[in-house]
Design a protein. Sequence first.
Length: 113
Amino acid sequence: MNIQIFGKAKCFDTKKAERYFKERKIKFQFVDILKYGISKGEYQSVKNAVGGMDQLIDVKSKEYENQHIKYLADKSDIEERLLDNPALFVTPIVRNGKKATVGYQPEVWSTWD
């Protein structure tokens, strides 16, 4: 397994995801999404794995309100804002190759080999 956890340092679910993999002695790479963001390639891979961009946007975040995302009609504008403002992402985003999850989902991670 090649696990990557994209998360926020102060996110409770990100910390739970890290603990899940540590307890099972599964190595992972943590990427602070607020500090380093996510590349377009990684974003496309995650988006395809989770079923679309809508799964990745944290509609409860302050940044969602500040960026007026719900008023944008053009998907490419939304994607551009998402990549420019990593605070808009739901975290953790856990990636294992071409597989990915959004949020804390140990029931899915346990099926990964």
